[in-house]
Design a protein around this ligand. Structure first.
Ligand SMILES: Nc1ncnc2c1ncn2[C@@H]1O[C@H](COP(=O)(O)OP(=O)(O)O)[C@@H](O)[C@H]1O
Ligand SMILES: [Mg+2]
Length: 213
């Protein structure tokens, strides 16, 4: 099952949500989970060294590269959790298409598609079993989400105190369910800053995301 996390604005919490979902699934699914990084921040979020070798975009740049060579790019983050890092290639439409085929299978795969509005990463999200838009309850972000080329299958709302937009406003405007309401929590920010997400997902995040996964 392919789960794509994406957003329409940087700083929304996409990497945090993708990393945490991957950790939760790695622990709870018999086959573990694979995290695929199209945005570049997952190694830091997991607290593992920055990669030196090729990554998923290098694989995607080679037209006849097969699923087995993609598997060889996986590295273990912790038992049950594997990661394919970004690399230095470019993801084009054909690469995104081949990637979504190569990642199809029994294992749970979480892709951080980033916030840059990369058309090919968005195309990958469109083909995922679960396409999760990570969104702050912000009018400007909501406008961008409405104008995005695809509709997500669900929204992960990262709520900040004092905002006037809520879950129902987002659902009314976008016409898709809010699958999780993640509270803004300083413990989450601290865990990210310390590179500790792979070791322990903060409780508020875990509780909110377990249902979404
Ligand atoms: N639920 C949360 N509570 C507190 N801080 C958060 C939360 N989610 C994300 N952050 C912080 O917000 C910042 C942006 O998160 P990030 O996942 O990098 O966003 P994106 O990938 O969308 O650019 C980071 O500093 C991160 O620690
Ligand atoms: Mg990110």
């Amino acid at each position: 099952m392919l789960i794509a996390c994406w957003s329409v604005k940087g700083g929304s919490g996409t990497t945090v949500v993708a990393a945490s979902l991957a950790v939760i699934l790695a622990r709870s699914m018999p086959g573990g989970a694979l995290a695929v990084d199209l945005a570049g921040d997952l190694p830091a979020a997991f607290g593992v060294p920055e990669p030196t070798g090729p990554g998923v975009t290098d694989w995607a740049s080679v037209p006849d590269a097969g699923a087995d060579s993609l598997c060889r790019l996986e590295a273990e983050v912790r038992p049950g959790l594997r990661l394919i890092t970004t690399g230095t290639g470019r993801l084009d439409a054909d690469g995104a298409d081949r990637l979504s085929t190569a990642l199809a299978g029994d294992r749970h795969v979480v892709v951080d598609c980033g916030s840059g509005g990369d058309r090919c990463a968005v195309a990958l999200a469109a083909s995922a079993a679960l396409s999760l838009l990570v969104l702050r309850p912000c009018y400007l972000a909501l406008r961008r989400a409405l104008a995005a080329p695809i509709r997500p299958s669900g929204v992960i709302l990262v709520s900040e105190p004092g905002r006037s937009l809520g879950r129902h406003d987002i659902e009314d405007v976008l016409g898709v369910p809010v699958r999780a309401d993640v509270a803004w929590d300083p413990a989450v920010a601290r865990a990210v800053d310390a590179g500790l997400l792979a070791a322990r997902v903060p409780r508020t995040l875990e509780r909110a995301l377990r249902r979404a996964a």
